[in-house]
Design a protein around this ligand. Structure first.
Ligand code: SAM
Length: 254
């Protein structure tokens, strides 16, 4: 099987740097501990609020219904969880899971502030080794999370394992733009403006430089689609959003 994360020396990429795998886990953790408090504000500023539209489309495409069990892995500050919890109602359940306790804490506080209590569970978990039984969830989402995972193939397999047969995985992630003009403008924005916003608003230029670099290192649309197929999902397809700046991949567990 192709490993999309690892080379022969057991190193992987952290943005444009080659680091060993444990180092990547530690550095990704440092990024999200650092940005957690300003994460939601930065998302609105960086995307001009458009991330809300990408997330709304993800909810629409999920087919989530009342009574469903949903896993929002790498769910961070809980934007998707908040919306899912309202749809699944008291008979359903949403698990907000993330590897990073700082992000989970911000998410938990936000959900409580929004009056969400009964049907949401908070779990600290690594997407590569999900601590749930086989065939548990009707829907799983991973939004802007897969890019940060060290072993993406293991994570996709783990998500496929805990999906119920007929259940749907949705991967919302930055991807590859097609239009050369858009690519040029987007590159300029990512490498010149974004880190400056990070510096001024979150006091952390480095984490937002990592964001720009990690997006460029992430598998493109077709590669991710075939990784999902390799993980055992069927009917894998994707939809480009905002010219391919973001892509929404979906797959069904047979
Ligand atoms: N899903 C949220 C959203 O769309 O706003 C948060 C996305 S945030 C950019 C990426 C999240 O992935 C962080 O909260 C980070 O802690 C989490 N993450 C990174 N590696 C992970 C892993 N191996 N397992 C679970 N979560 C992980």
């Amino acid at each position: 099987m192709t490993d999309h994360n690892q080379n022969q020396n057991d190193t992987t990429h952290f943005g444009y740097q080659q680091v060993n795998r444990d180092e990547k886990v530690k550095r990704v953790a440092d990024v999200f501990h650092s940005v957690a408090g300003k994460y939601d504000l930065m998302n609105d500023l960086m995307s001009g609020g458009v991330h809300r539209l990408w997330k709304r489309i993800t909810i629409e495409q999920s087919g989530v219904r009342r009574g469903h069990k949903v896993l929002d892995i790498a769910g961070g500050t809980g934007d998707l969880t908040l919306r899912f919890s309202r749809i699944v109602g008291p008979e359903g359940k949403v698990v907000l899971a993330d590897i990073n306790d700082s992000m989970l804490k911000v998410g938990r506080d936000k959900l409580l502030d929004n009056g969400v209590t009964g049907n949401v569970e908070f779990v600290q978990a690594n997407a590569e080794r999900l601590p749930f039984p086989d065939n548990t969830f009707d829907v799983i989402t991973i939004a802007f999370g897969l890019r940060n995972v060290t072993d993406k193939d293991a994570a996709l397999q783990s998500m496929a394992r805990v999906l119920k047969p007929g259940g749907k995985l949705l991967v919302l992630e930055f991807s590859k733009t097609e239009n050369p003009l858009l690519t040029k403008a987007y590159d300029f924005y990512s490498f010149n403006i974004l880190p400056k916003i990070g510096s001024v608003v979150a006091g952390d230029e480095e984490s937002y430089r990592y964001l720009a670099e990690s997006i460029r290192m992430h598998p493109d649309q077709e590669t991710l689609k075939s990784m999902m197929e390799t993980a055992g999902l069927s009917q894998c397809r994707y939809q480009n959003l905002t010219g391919g700046i973001v892509a929404l991949h979906t797959g069904i567990k047979p």
